[in-house]
Design a protein around this ligand. Structure first.
Ligand code: SF4
Length: 430
């Protein structure tokens, strides 16, 4: 509306602007208790009838569903859906992890610029032996582990047992998922893959062959092959009705900023379910060299990418971590909103060589080594004194502000558990 034609805001008796939203047809109370700061006019709630209240909030028209259900929870945690195990932990029980992230190998076939696996000491040819992997899955089922992500320090598809492990996990009632660069994904087993995995996330931080070569340090021809594989998988999933979720994930570093929009478009064309953009987790020594304040300049670009979402395709940015540097200037130095890491009994990480640790950033640190699934049954590792001594050591000795990787996997859990462990006064007044 033209500024000049705007109705002037009425002033109250003190000369301050004071405007109500009382509809014209609303019945007014004859005797308001006293004058409010606006005027003496208040609505007579008793006199409201469905006819004259149609334009008022008292019409009670029912939920209008303006908040669609969040399809994925990329930017947060799901511990609220496992309160049984949270309660057991609170009462001091030695619980089984709800989720395990694990590498199946300790090497890769490409060389992404942001690879955290490199700071975890990659070792060419090193992987979990197939029989140890399958035995581990059996044990995870016995313990009550609810999900396993083949998300770790090496490329999982380079372990020949990856598909059999997924199939066994499914049989044992464990949800299984995988993050892969996709290059060696065996599409002759496409049906098996789509049947057994709950989701597959392609670690792809480029939308063009040039971008792929720059960020993943691999040939543009590999990009073309990969894109065709993803397209085929997305088509088969739809044609054959598999529920497996397929997504693309970009780890945002300066070298792939120009790839955000091309990849958002690519994802839509390929028919995947989502494209997610996340921050890059740097190590405690900042070996990847991420300047977290730089993310704050990219809001507009990232919002543009999110606007490409549609009914069957979600583009989502992990804003919580992307904007963390804006929330507190000290975040860039690794300071967190809690002081103790309580998350590791719920979510542990296993290296691609079979060694069990409470978390990925502590791979190769002997002090936190819990056992090796080649040498000890995983069932026994989780029930051992050593495992629980390590968990205790994490809580008592680790300074999460200084000793840890920035934005580690357990970060969201830790915020929630810290709150649970440090309740405010009067918790019954919910
Ligand atoms: S907070 Fe520290 S100890 Fe806990 S999981 Fe993260 S990196 Fe590991």
């Amino acid at each position: 509306m033209d500024e000049a034609k705007k109705k002037p805001t009425p002033l109250n008796r003190f000369g301050n602007p004071a405007e109500t939203e009382i509809p014209k047809n609303a019945p007014l109370a004859e005797k308001p208790g006293h004058r409010l700061r606006t005027s003496g006019q208040i609505v007579d709630r008793k006199a409201l009838s469905p006819e004259n209240s149609a334009s008022s909030p008292n019409a009670f028209s029912g939920p209008s569903f303006r908040n669609p259900r969040e399809r994925f929870r990329f930017d947060g945690h799901k511990l609220l859906y496992h309160l049984d195990r949270v309660q057991s932990w609170q009462s001091g029980e030695r619980i089984a992890p709800i989720h395990i992230d694990m590498g199946l190998t300790k090497f890769c076939n490409i060389a992404c610029l942001y690879c955290y696996g490199v700071v975890q000491n990659m070792a060419k040819g090193s992987m979990i032996a197939p029989e140890a992997l399958l035995r581990f899955i059996e044990d995870a089922g016995r313990l009550g582990v609810r999900s396993i992500g083949f998300v770790g320090d090496g490329e999982p598809t380079l372990n020949p047992a990856v598909y059999d492990a997924a199939s066994l996990a499914k049989k044992k009632g464990i949800d299984v998922a995988m993050a892969t660069n996709g290059i060696e994904l065996d599409l002759t087993r496409a049906d098996e893959i789509l049947r057994n995995f709950s989701w597959i996330r392609f670690n792809l931080s480029a939308g063009t062959p040039e971008g792929f070569t720059r960020v993943h340090q691999a040939s543009g021809a590999l990009f073309d092959n990969l894109v065709e594989k993803i397209r085929t998988l997305a088509r088969l999933k739809k044609e054959r009705g598999y529920p497996c979720t397929l997504g693309l994930q970009m780890v945002l570093i300066p070298e792939c900023v120009d790839q955000v929009l091309p990849e958002a478009e690519l994802g839509k064309k390929l028919g995947v379910d989502y494209f997610v953009v996340k921050h890059c987790s740097d190590s405690e020594y900042k070996e990847i060299g991420i300047q977290y304040e730089d993310y704050l300049k990219l809001g507009e670009l990232l919002a543009k990418a999110e606007a490409m979402s549609g009914p069957d395709y979600t583009v989502q940015v992990k804003w919580d971590k992307i904007n963390a540097a804006g929330e507190t200037a000290i975040y860039k130095n690794g300071f967190r909103k809690y002081d103790i890491c309580y998350g590791t009994p719920f979510l542990i990480q296993i290296s691609g060589n079979g060694k069990v640790y409470p978390c990925g950033p502590f791979f190769n640190k002997e002090r936190f080594f819990c056992g090796d699934i080649h040498e000890t049954f995983f069932y026994d590792i989780v029930r051992s004194e050593r495992y629980w001594a390590v968990q205790k050591d994490i809580q008592e000795s680790v300074d999460v502000h200084k000793d840890c990787a920035i934005g580690c996997r357990q970060d969201y859990l830790n915020k929630f558990l810290w709150d649970l462990k440090n309740p405010p006064e009067h918790v019954n007044f919910i």
